[in-house]
Design a protein around this ligand. Structure first.
Ligand SMILES: *Cc1c(COP(=O)(O)O)cnc(C)c1O
Length: 457
């Protein structure tokens, strides 16, 4: 196979700052050993998230200049609306300032105490927005998806049998909607097959429950379907995306992912009455329905980004560069979720650091080591992010302890990826010297953003 090259040339560059290891040891300590608290200037390669970190194209920047800032009825809104409708086929398109704003509005309308929202795996903000209304967020991931070491094509699939059992036990009247997250961010960025979406839809339909896609990475998911699912090789990614959305009654999206912009999102749905209630809330919290918390120029950039993300040369480079990193890590014996997902490498901290128990946050320990060793910023997705406490204050760990290295879109080149590989291998080689951590401060919700840690001796 030939080297996959970046399908773009670089017109504008942004320097990154080199720091010494001594500096980084001091900086991470000052940050309470929490990478969210480090100044971005002190990071060399920032793989904290792929959210809002994309490089925009010259056409998107041209769109920024061309954006129509009219308060109502902006032409940029109509371009945005038309593009989202073309891809999703959904009727009512409501712009929001980011994905969680769409979630907040949607669940304020349909959630509440006594309600349950099933998903393959809820993303952290989705779960928080569901739970904030008093409803319960339920994860029904298929069994394979819970085992990092098992290689399978669609580890993001929902367990359809579990879904049906859940509906029967809970009562369909208590389930205002069912969600599928494509790709499954919190479960390793793993794709969901078209067959699974179809089967979930058929169960939902049987019980009269609307199906929503958490569509942040719909294009990456569609590309995986093209590559891996029989019958889709000759379809365009747009056609595949359209089919995915054809099973949905609604969608939430963070445009900060597959719309290749730095801010934006939307809520899309078919139910007129719910859409009306959502718009009313939007006006209170986000803004008038033709801008929804965004500037006209942002809507222009989202519309352009949604077209560019469906380019198959782009998707091939995107998925291949992460697959390349994954192949080299696996060859060196580094435990990770296999095969790699669409937007990130997820190291399996349980197998990476078998001697550090979940109560001592093995994922956090790796995150800290990657920063100290090479100035790379990553994030723990394990007991820090999702751990809960039982009534006696003992940690209830989530099924997996992961470290996510999310790759921003169109930002880093192949040599940056090679450098990341070298640093991970170095940390892996010295893994026996890594220590566990304890939390010394935490907020009541979404604690991973602001928690402070101390190293255990
Ligand atoms: C990022 C993300 C969200 C939330 O979107 P924001 O724009 O960060 O508010 C929701 N779901 C998934 C799967 C995500 O990746």
């Amino acid at each position: 196979m030939k080297t996959i090259i970046e399908p773009f040339k670089i017109k504008s560059v942004e320097p990154i700052r080199f720091t010494s290891k001594e500096e980084r040891i001091r900086l991470i300590k000052e940050a309470g050993y929490n990478p969210f608290m480090i100044h971005a200037d002190d990071v060399l390669i920032d793989l904290l998230t792929d959210s809002g970190t994309s490089a925009m194209s010259s056409k998107q920047w041209a769109g920024i200049m061309d954006g129509d800032e009219s308060y109502a009825g902006s032409k940029s809104f109509y371009r945005f609306e038309e593009t989202v409708k073309k891809i999703t086929g959904l009727n009512y398109i409501i712009p929001t300032h980011q994905g969680r704003a769409a979630e907040k509005i949607l669940f304020s309308v349909v959630g509440g105490k006594g309600k349950f929202i099933p998903n393959n795996t809820h993303f952290d903000t989705t779960r928080a927005n569901v739970e904030f209304t008093g409803a319960e967020a339920v994860d029904l991931l298929n069994e394979t998806g819970k085992h990092p070491e098992i290689r399978a094509d669609f580890k993001g699939n929902m367990d359809v049998q579990k879904l049906e059992d859940f509906i029967k036990n809970t009562g369909k009247e208590n389930i205002p909607l069912c969600m599928i997250t494509v790709t499954n961010n919190s479960g390793g960025g793993q794709p969901v097959s078209m067959q699974n979406i179809r089967e979930v839809k058929s169960v939902c339909k049987k019980y009269g429950i609307p199906l929503f896609l958490d569509a942040c990475r719909f294009a990456e998911n569609a590309y995986f379907i093209k590559k891996r699912e029989p019958g889709y090789a000759d379809k365009s990614v747009l056609e595949i995306a359209q089919e995915m959305f054809s099973y949905a009654d609604g969608a939430t999206m963070s445009a900060k992912k597959d719309a290749l912009v730095n801010i934006g999102g939307f809520l899309a749905l078919n139910d007129e009455e719910v859409a009306q209630q959502c718009r009313n809330l939007l006006i209170v919290t986000e803004g008038f329905p033709t801008y929804g918390g965004l500037a006209g120029r942002d809507l222009e950039a989202v519309a352009q980004g949604l077209e560019e993300v469906l380019d198959e040369h782009y998707l091939q480079y995107r998925i291949r560069s992460i697959e390349y990193l994954g192949e080299k890590l696996v060859a060196a014996g580094v435990p990770m979720i296999e095969p790699p997902g669409g937007h990130a490498i997820y190291l399996d901290a349980k197998r990476f650091l078998p001697n550090i128990p979940p109560e001592q946050f093995p994922g956090q320990s790796i995150v800290i080591a990657l920063y100290i060793e090479g100035g790379i910023r990553s994030v723990e997705i394990g007991s820090v992010m999702f751990g809960k406490y039982d009534s006696s204050g003992k940690l209830i760990p989530p099924p997996m302890e992961l470290v996510r290295l999310a790759v921003p879109r169109r930002v880093y080149t192949q040599s940056h990826i090679d450098y990341v590989l070298e640093i991970i291998l170095e940390v892996f080689k010295n893994r026996n010297s890594l220590k566990g951590y304890k939390i010394v401060y935490e907020a009541p919700m979404l604690r991973h953003f602001t928690a402070k840690f101390e190293e255990l001796r």
